[in-house]
Design a protein around this ligand. Structure first.
Ligand SMILES: [Zn+2]
Length: 121
């Protein structure tokens, strides 16, 4: 659920809430607010919070790392490699990239081909 921050277009005319801005959880079926729900002053959307998105990303990242570790434990090297590779691209994490290559090698891929792959970056 995205959280938007709204503020009065003319803060002097707003109430204490919209003068400084207030957070509003935006439901997907809800239209953007144009008026302050507290005083009715005209408001605009200032920020849609990335905070939630950032937490989400790091959660996905941690989750992916756990999954990679799980695959490694089970000896599913190509799975681990693919996931690590994908995550490395997303996060630009060099360690993950090396881990991916390591797992590719364990999965039986040709190391010289993989080294080229690494140098491509
Ligand atoms: Zn207001």
């Amino acid at each position: 659920m995205p959280i938007f921050e709204y503020q009065a277009i003319t803060p002097e005319k707003g109430c204490p809430k919209c003068k400084t801005g207030f957070e509003h959880i935006q439901f997907s079926n809800e239209e953007l607010l144009t008026n302050c729900p507290y005083c009715g002053a005209k408001i605009k959307k200032v920020i849609s919070w990335c905070r939630a998105a950032m937490i989400e990303t790091s959660k996905t990242y941690t989750q992916a790392k756990n999954n990679i570790a799980d695959y490694e434990k089970q000896g599913m090297w190509s799975h681990a490699a693919e996931l690590a590779d994908k995550q490395a691209e997303k996060s630009h994490d060099k360690n993950l990239k090396i881990r991916a290559l390591d797992n590719y090698k364990k999965a039986g891929y040709n190391p010289s081909m993989l080294d080229k792959h690494l140098n491509d970056e």
